[in-house]
Structures are given as structure tokens and as C-alpha cells.
Ligand binder design. Structure first.
Ligand code: AMP
Length: 314
């Protein structure tokens, strides 16, 4: 029995299943969470299946979170998707269930749970959820809502098939999801769409980006700047990929000031691995997409220097 069989056994066994994902969710977090929930609901209509975590209106087009009483966790199977480490799990009651399963595609640096299925080579956690469905397709159902959610997750984490994490398998899964009713064009359009405020912030990012001769780029977004554009921190997600469109940029950092004065660091790369750098600054993530924290401007300078060292390597 491999790990997929073991997870499937647990899903069949428990009458109540609660699915968590990470804080500050993105389409893959919501997509894999809602996609898995809809597959289980459609396949086992008598089971109670819930998705939990902070409500996030900008992702409600993928699905809505359930408001769950703490007593409900007793005797439940808890599954956490798309979350590398326990501190990042949204809804801290994840530990109150009967059993805990981790399903994720980040490097497994901080294992948690009774059972773990981790595939860092998968483009997205949504791709893994499809793989899970396919393995037991004779018994499982994949409704259109799940197909849409999983497609949204894949589109989100691959940047519409732009990033190197996109594999032949990713494209096969995307095709299969379309065959199951996913509305590919509408989802891509939805994730490509920006507000006028984000358009103005995009112009600010390009105008204020500093690029070193070795190809390290960075920009600082202060709370004052975000206020000027009428955006909260969540509104910065749409601009994170922009520096990568420039030929001159190999790896980049966007520093987003927080209310308490520290900075959220969003790191991306087209080549050099940046996750070790992230780990040195209270963060982590994938080789080409990581996150970290900088306590002040001096730590920002340090991160920029480290980024330059990475882009200077031959
Ligand atoms: P973000 O820039 O927040 O979209 O983060 C990109 C990736 O970096 C995420 O998919 C996470 O895997 C990872 N990440 C972000 N922040 C952290 C953190 N504080 N600790 C560990 N990993 C992180």
C-alpha cells in the first residue's frame, strides 16, 4: 500500500473531513482545498466535508470557506493542502482532529502530520489532487466545480503555464480538467484581470525597480505607497511577477512594508535558486518562488546583496 492508498483508506473511513490550506491564500491554496472537498463530496454524498480558513473574498469565485464550530473537529480527519509548515496553516484548530494528513508540493523541510504525501516536482498542489483523483477514478467523481477549482490552482502556480514548474504532466492534467468541464478561458481571464489601482501600482513597480548589472532586481513598496494607490498588502500579489518580464532581470525581490514596520519579502527567480536565501531570512519556499521577512532597511540591503551574489554566479 503506497501513500495514496493510505490516504484514500482514511478518506473512506472518516464520516467527517475538514480541509485546511495556508494563510494568505493564493489560487492554488483555494483550488486544491476546494477541488479536493468537491471530489469527496461528489463521491461520498453522505460524508460531511468542510473547508476552513479565513474568508478571502477575492478568491470566492473558486469557493467559499465554511464557518465551523470547534466541537466539529473532534473525530474528524483533517487534511492540510499546499502548506509547507505547520505555522503557516490557516485556522489553528488543525491539530484538534483525530488524524492529520499533509498533501503538498513544497520541499518537505518541516514535516507535520500522521501521513504525508509531498511532491516538490508537481507544478501545484492542485495537480496532485487531480493525480489523486485519477488514481482512484473508478470510485471517485470529479464534478465541474472541482475541475474549475483545480484548473484555477494550476493556472495560479504556473503563471498560466509560464514558469518552469510546468511539465508535460501539468499540460495533460490541464487538458483532462478541461474535459471534465473546467472553463479554461474564463479562469485565465479571471486570473489575468487587474483593477485600475493594480495597474497604477504596476507602473510604480516598473518606474522604481532597481536592477543591478548582474540581473538582481528589487523594489520597496511602503505602506504609504500602498495607501496612495488604495491597496492593501493582498493587492500586491498581481505585481510580484512583473519584474521577471524584463530581459535584464534574473531574480528579484519585492519588499512590502507591514503595519508594524517589518517587510514581507517576495522572492522570484528565472534561474538561480532563491529558497536558501529565503531560509536565511525567516522564510522558505520553492527554488524559483520563495517568501521571507526583513525586519528593517538594513536587512533589505543585506537581502539585495545576497540576491546580487546569486545572480552574479556563473
Ligand atoms: P509569496 O511571495 O508569499 O507568494 O510566496 C511564494 C512561496 O514562498 C510560497 O508558495 C511559499 O512556499 C513560500 N513562502 C512564502 N513566505 C514564506 C515563509 N514566511 N516561510 C516559508 N515559506 C514561505
Amino acid at each position: 500500500m503506497d501513500i495514496l492508498d493510505q490516504i484514500y483508506q482514511e478518506i473512506k473511513k472518516y464520516p467527517k473531513i475538514i480541509i485546511h490550506r495556508h494563510q494568505r491564500p493564493d489560487p492554488d491554496a483555494f483550488g486544491s482545498q476546494v477541488g479536493l472537498a468537491e471530489i469527496i463530496k461528489a463521491s461520498f454524498p453522505y460524508k460531511e466535508v468542510y473547508v476552513v480558513g479565513k474568508d478571502f473574498p477575492s478568491l470566492n469565485w473558486i469557493g467559499k470557506m465554511d464557518d465551523l464550530n470547534s466541537a466539529e473537529f473532534q473525530d474528524a480527519l483533517v487534511i492540510v493542502v499546499d502548506t509547507a509548515n505547520a505555522p503557516r496553516i490557516d485556522d489553528r484548530r488543525f491539530d484538534n482532529g483525530d488524524q492529520l494528513i499533509k498533501i503538498d508540493h513544497h520541499p518537505n523541510d518541516e514535516p507535520f502530520g500522521d501521513l504525508m504525501w509531498v511532491q516538490p516536482e508537481a507544478s501545484s498542489c492542485s495537480e496532485m489532487i487531480y493525480d489523486f483523483y485519477q488514481r482512484f477514478a473508478e470510485e471517485l467523481k470529479l464534478p465541474k466545480k472541482a475541475a474549475n477549482a483545480l484548473y484555477a490552482g494550476i493556472i495560479g502556480d504556473t503563471g498560466r503555464f509560464l514558469y518552469p514548474a510546468t511539465t508535460a504532466r501539468t499540460m495533460l492534467v490541464a487538458g483532462a480538467l478541461i474535459a471534465h468541464g473546467a472553463d479554461a478561458a474564463a479562469i485565465s481571464q479571471r486570473e489575468n484581470q487587474i483593477s485600475m489601482s493594480v495597474a497604477h501600482l504596476s507602473a510604480y513597480v516598473y518606474d522604481n525597480l532597481t536592477i543591478s548589472s548582474s540581473g538582481a532586481g528589487y523594489v520597496v513598496l511602503s505602506t504609504e505607497v500602498l495607501k496612495r494607490f488604495g491597496l492593501t498588502e493582498a493587492g500586491t500579489s498581481a505585481v510580484v511577477s512583473l519584474p521577471g518580464r524584463l530581459e535584464e532581470v534574473k531574480a528579484w525581490a519585492i519588499f512590502v512594508e507591514q503595519e508594524d514596520g517589518h517587510y514581507r519579502v517576495r522572492l522570484r527567480s528565472k534561474g538561480p535558486a532563491i529558497n536558501e536565501l529565503a531560509k536565511n531570512h525567516d522564510g522558505g519556499g520553492h527554488a524559483l518562488a520563495s517568501g521571507a521577512k526583513a525586519k528593517d532597511l538594513s536587512e533589505i540591503n543585506q537581502i539585495v546583496e545576497e540576491l546580487e551574489a546569486l545572480t552574479s554566479q556563473k
